[in-house]
Design a binder for this molecule. Structure first.
Ligand SMILES: [Zn+2]
Length: 130
């Protein structure tokens, strides 16, 4: 299994037990980020994570979340950069499900990706009403 670790700066030594850092395991892939990064978007699943969360795994001190890690990297980048982009290969309804799970409003999608998202949603409605 491939294990990936994403950090804000690959050269900075990180004590993984440092309370400023949060360890996430999403769909089997490790992600490391700062607590302040996750707090940048309030009222979302990630900003509300704490040790009482059902996702918290006490023996390992990380949060275990069974979602697609390839999509999650774009979610986490949104917290880091304030810009929500997604790849062309990701269809709108799939992205919508992920945004619902993470508690992120679709209005955060950047204008460059919004048109593709919007038309994908419209196409999905048309196909379902056919
Ligand atoms: Zn974009």
């Amino acid at each position: 299994m491939t294990r990936r670790i994403y950090v804000d700066s690959p050269n900075s030594p990180v004590d993984i037990y440092d309370p400023e850092w949060v360890r996430l395991n999403v769909g089997g892939c490790s992600f490391l980020t700062k607590r302040v990064t996750l707090e940048k978007v309030p009222d979302t699943l990630l900003s509300e994570l704490n040790e009482d969360s059902p996702h918290y795994h006490h023996p390992t001190g990380q949060y275990l979340i069974d979602r697609n890690p390839d999509i999650f990297q774009y979610i986490l980048d949104f917290y880091r950069t304030g810009q929500l982009h997604f790849p062309h290969s990701l269809c709108g309804p799939n992205l919508k499900k992920e945004l619902l799970f993470w508690g992120i409003d679709e209005s955060f999608i950047c204008s460059c990706c919004w048109t593709r998202y919007f038309f994908s949603q419209m196409l999905n409605v048309l196909v379902q009403n056919k």
